[in-house]
Design a protein around this ligand. Sequence first.
Ligand code: SF4
Length: 347
Amino acid sequence: MPSTYDKDIQSYNFEELTSLIESLGEKKFRAKQIYEWIHVKLVSSFDEMTNLSASFREKLKEDYILSLPEIVRFQESKEDGTRKYLFKLRDGNMVETVFMRYHHGNSVCISSQVGCAMGCKFCASTLDGLERSLTPSEMLGQIYQVIKHTGERVSNVVVMGMGEPLTNYDNLVRFIELFTDEHGQNISQRNLTVSTCGIVPNIIKLADLKLQITLAISLHATTNDKRKEIMPVANTYSLDKLMDACKYYFDTTGRRITFEYALIGGVNDTAEDAAALARLAGPLSAHINLIPVNPVVERGFTAPDISATMAFKNKLEKKRINVTIRREMGRDIDGACGQLRRRHIGG
Ligand code: SF4
C-alpha cells in the first residue's frame, strides 16, 4: 500500500514502511530496524542506521527524506526548568515548542501549524494568519528533538501550541498513531491531549475513532455572543453545536473533556460567567482548567489579579465542578505562545 506521505519516511506508519521496504526487495525485518532508528533511537539521517548496508542507505537517501527540526533558539527558566524552543523546519518556517517539568513527569507542548487561521483575539499565534499545516513528522520531530536535547524522557504531550490541530485532521491522527505505536515511543493515548477551539465536524469525526486521548476545548466564554467577540470560530460553530459535539465525544469515547478557560480581566471573569460555565460543564462532568491569560500587548488583554482568579475558582467549586488553575511555567522566559517566533521573525 503506497503511503500518502510520499518521500517523508518519518510519517509512514509501521505497515506502510514494511510494504515499502519489501517493495525495495529487502527483508521484512529491515522495516522494524528502520522504524526503530527513526522512532526509538531518534536519528536524523540515514547514515546513522549502521545495521543497514551502505548501498541500501544510499538508496533510501536518494528517494526519501529524514531530518529533525533545527534548534534555532532555546531559553531555560531558572525558576522551574521550563524550556522554550524555536525550531526551524526544512522549508525555513519556524515553530515553537515548550518542555515543562512536572512532579508527575515531563510534558511537551507542540505546535501543529505554522501560524493559525482561527483569529482568537487573545492569541499571538494568529496575528500573521496561517502559513501552513505541519506534517506528522514535523509534529513528532519537535518531541524527538526535545528528548535528544534534554536527554530526558517525555511522558505527556499536549497539542496546544501554535495552530488549530483539528483543521490539520489527517496529519494529527497519523501523528497520534505514530507517537503511540508499540514499535516506536509506545506512549499511552491517555498521555496525549489535543486542544481545539471547536471545529465541530472534526470533533465528531475524532469521537468516532474512539481514541483514549484527552480532548481539551478552548471555551473562554459562556455565551455565544461573548464567544464571537473573542473567538471568530463561534460565527461558524455556535456554542450550542459545540456543546452537542462535546456530549457526543464524551458519550462515544467515555473520556471526560477539559474546558480551557482563559480568564481575561473585565471580559469573561464575572460571577455570571462562573455560574454559566458551571451550567455548561456540569452535565458533561467536564474538567475546567482556568488560565490566567498571557498578556498580548497587541490586543490590550490582561489577566485578573490572583484574588479575582481564586474567587472565580471558588464559585465553580461550590457547584461541584472539577477545576484547576494552570500553573504558570517559565514565567522568567519569553511570554505567550507565538511570541518567541514573532520576536525572531521581527513580527
Ligand atoms: S488559540 Fe489556538 S486556535 Fe485560537 S488563534 Fe491561537 S493557536 Fe489558533
